[in-house]
Design a protein around this ligand. Structure first.
Ligand SMILES: Nc1ncnc2c1ncn2[C@@H]1O[C@H](COP(=O)(O)OP(=O)(O)OP(=O)(O)O)[C@@H](O)[C@H]1O
Length: 246
């Protein structure tokens, strides 16, 4: 593991106690400055991979090294507490980490401003749109200044326009805050648009079947989505996904 590597999976396998083999011989590294997306068929073990990376679950074989002091985790569901305002939800992790009140208030406000929720601090989650709830969830993790950010299909439930807008917001944060990202998605074009590298997994038991470097520079111009180079790469990744599915 080099000094730049924040997450390193080597020959990782996961067999659940009921005998389900979810992952098999997974090699995967995420370095500083990288945004890595993982695509793969449903049930191939993507969430399991993320849970192992976060320490929520232990791999049953292989080695997992995590060299990131602070890890952010965003799920498909925004998981906000319905009785807390946006500001109080965003403060939650800082509160659990026992940061002094003044510090966590300042951090929460900074994160709220970063994700574009300024003015909505006193709203309850039910008064927000799905996209805004996801912004609040992102802000809550940003208060930890994560070095490594894990995303489990965070935008899967959003409409396409909101999703594209949040993709741009996330890229802006990636460039500004300099965290490394590991991002699970079912959308190949989202994976290519966001990432410096795309990993394709096989069907269960999931293993890495292809890796693609994404050559487009950061910060990314939203219009690259309409270029032939972008379409070609999306086509190649989709093809690899279909091959791995057989
Ligand atoms: N705690 C568990 N015990 C037993 N089997 C499990 C457990 N958690 C997950 N699995 C199984 O492991 C496999 C991988 O699950 P996982 O949720 O990681 O897949 P995924 O690729 O994220 O799926 P999707 O894309 O549909 O969200 C599935 O077959 C699932 O049923």
């Amino acid at each position: 593991m080099t000094g730049a590597t924040l997450l390193d999976f080597s020959d990782v396998a996961m067999t659940f106690p009921n005998g389900t083999v979810a992952l098999h011989s997974v090699d995967l590294a995420v370095d500083r400055g990288e945004f890595v997306s993982v695509v793969g068929p449903s049930g191939c073990g993507k969430s399991t991979l993320l849970r192992i990376a976060s320490g929520l679950e232990a791999a049953s074989a292989g080695s997992v090294s995590v060299d990131a002091g602070r890890i952010g985790y965003v799920f498909q569901d925004a998981t906000l507490l319905p009785w807390r305002t946006v500001a109080d939800n965003v403060e939650l992790l800082a509160e659990l980490n026992r940061l002094p009140k003044a510090v966590r208030k300042a951090k929460a406000q900074e994160a709220i401003d970063l994700v574009g929720l300024t003015g909505f601090e006193k709203n309850l989650p039910k008064q927000l749109s799905g996209g805004m709830r996801m912004r609040a969830s992102l802000a809550r993790s940003l208060t930890l200044d994560p070095e490594l950010f894990l995303f489990d299909e965070p935008f899967g439930a959003l409409d396409e326009i909101t999703r594209e807008r949040l993709n741009d917001e996330l890229l802006r944060l990636f460039v500004k805050q300099r965290f490394a990202g590991l991002f699970i998605t079912h959308s190949v074009s989202e994976a290519v648009y966001l990432s410096t590298r795309v990993i394709v997994m096989s069907g269960r038991p999931g293993t890495v079947v292809r890796r693609f470097d994404v050559p487009f520079p950061m910060p990314r111009d939203p219009d690259i989505r309409f270029t032939p180079e972008f379409a070609e790469l999306v086509g190649e990744v989709s093809h690899a996904l279909r091959e791995g599915h057989k």
